[in-house]
Design a protein around this ligand. Structure first.
Ligand code: ZN
Length: 63
């Protein structure tokens, strides 16, 4: 499963990444020029994934 990283500010997916990524790597958003730590973006995408799954589960139960 691939994780999509998104800018925390504008939700853009066009991020400038350094070649070697670690949790403290700084990524820059090409759209709004916001910077974020790779670790923070990973965490955010994990939370988004969980929220999506819970939503799907909820709709399955409702259906
Ligand atoms: Zn952005």
């Amino acid at each position: 499963m691939s994780v999509t990283l998104r800018c925390l500010k504008c939700d853009g997916q066009d991020l400038v990444k350094p070649v070697r990524l670690h949790r403290k790597s700084i990524l820059t958003c090409r759209t709004c020029n916001a910077i974020a730590l790779y670790g923070d973006l990973l965490e955010a995408s994990g939370r988004r994934l969980m929220a999506d799954l819970q939503e799907q589960l909820a709709s399955m139960r409702a259906g």
